[in-house]
Design a binder for this molecule. Structure first.
Ligand code: CDV
Length: 284
């Protein structure tokens, strides 16, 4: 954050689950042990210095964290992110909706992908906020692979979508896709940005964390769909980009002209016969 401040940045994006190792990669049964990876609220004693430093530097941030919350008196666990303004105050919160992986222990795999075991599906929708001189939305990791994410945020006016993620190079159930990890990542970001005329800022852990190789590939995508900046290594890096939010206008109001050209009422009814698998399709 201090380095970003020296570079004149207004906003820093940290990764998904930035405060801990990505614990869904290993199997746990003990509830207290699981809870130990979760924040009970932000800012906490441990995270307050980050908020204070943001205010001191007048720099905002996106932070991914594991959140323990009580909803209607029930303990819930979410994979969450928070958007904090340059005054150190919380602008908004998002809870990850598309949780990948499985609930069961798969000891034959080199690592687990237990997000479905440790997290509840986010219950806050895809809101946007007026912040940083524009309209900003958030999502987390696997959400970035779903057109609905950008579409809903786009319909809510998002000019910039912030994404923290942790993506391993290896998918134990689909090793044939390993060589496509970088491609699928940037394909999702670039299409989401172009088709909704917005910036997408996607930031990842890179290199090896607890024995799992992460793709890194932090990427900042312009509303044209072009990669405006990206990381150059698998080490710690600050990737800086000047993002002109007015560059969204040529797409939102110009070539695509969403207000004039959207034809949602002409799509016809959407049923499960339209190609989608049955609701709640299972992970193989
Ligand atoms: N943290 C994630 O959501 N990771 C998924 C992996 C497991 C495929 C991703 O979409 O990158």
């Amino acid at each position: 954050m201090r380095q970003a401040h020296e570079c004149g940045c207004d906003l820093v994006v940290f990764t998904e689950c930035a405060l801990t190792a990505f614990f869904p990669h290993w199997y746990m049964e003990d509830e207290d042990e699981i809870d130990s990876y979760f924040e009970r609220g932000l800012p906490s004693d441990a995270t307050r210095p980050l908020f204070e430093e943001a205010a001191r530097l007048n720099i905002g941030f996106y932070l991914g964290f594991a959140e323990l919350a009580f909803v209607d008196g029930r303990k819930r666990r979410f994979n969450s992110s928070v958007l904090v303004g340059g005054d150190g105050r919380i602008v908004g919160k998002f809870r990850k909706i598309h949780l990948p992986g499985h609930e069961d222990h798969r000891p034959g795999n080199p690592f687990q992908n237990l997000e479905k075991r440790y997290f509840d599906v986010g219950d806050l929708g895809f809101p946007t906020w007026n912040a940083f001189g524009g309209v900003v939305g958030m999502c987390i990791c696997n959400d970035r692979r779903w057109p609905e994410t950008y579409r809903v945020l786009g319909l809510r006016g998002a000019e910039m979508v912030l994404v923290g993620y942790n993506t391993p190079y290896h998918i134990p159930e689909h090793p044939e896709m390993d060589r496509l990890a970088d491609f699928h990542h940037q394909l999702s970001l670039q299409s989401g940005a172009y088709q909704n005329g917005c910036w997408v800022v996607a930031v990842a852990k890179a290199g090896v964390e607890e024995g799992v190789s992460q793709i890194g590939k932090t990427s900042i995508i312009a509303p044209s769909g072009e990669i405006a900046a990206e990381s150059r290594s698998l080490d710690d890096e600050l990737v800086v980009c000047r993002c002109d939010l007015d560059a969204t206008t040529a797409y939102k109001q110009g070539v695509l002209n969403f207000a004039g050209n959207r034809r949602i009422e002409h799509y016809g009814p959407i049923t499960s016969q339209s190609g989608a698998s049955a609701p709640g399709g299972t992970e193989k």
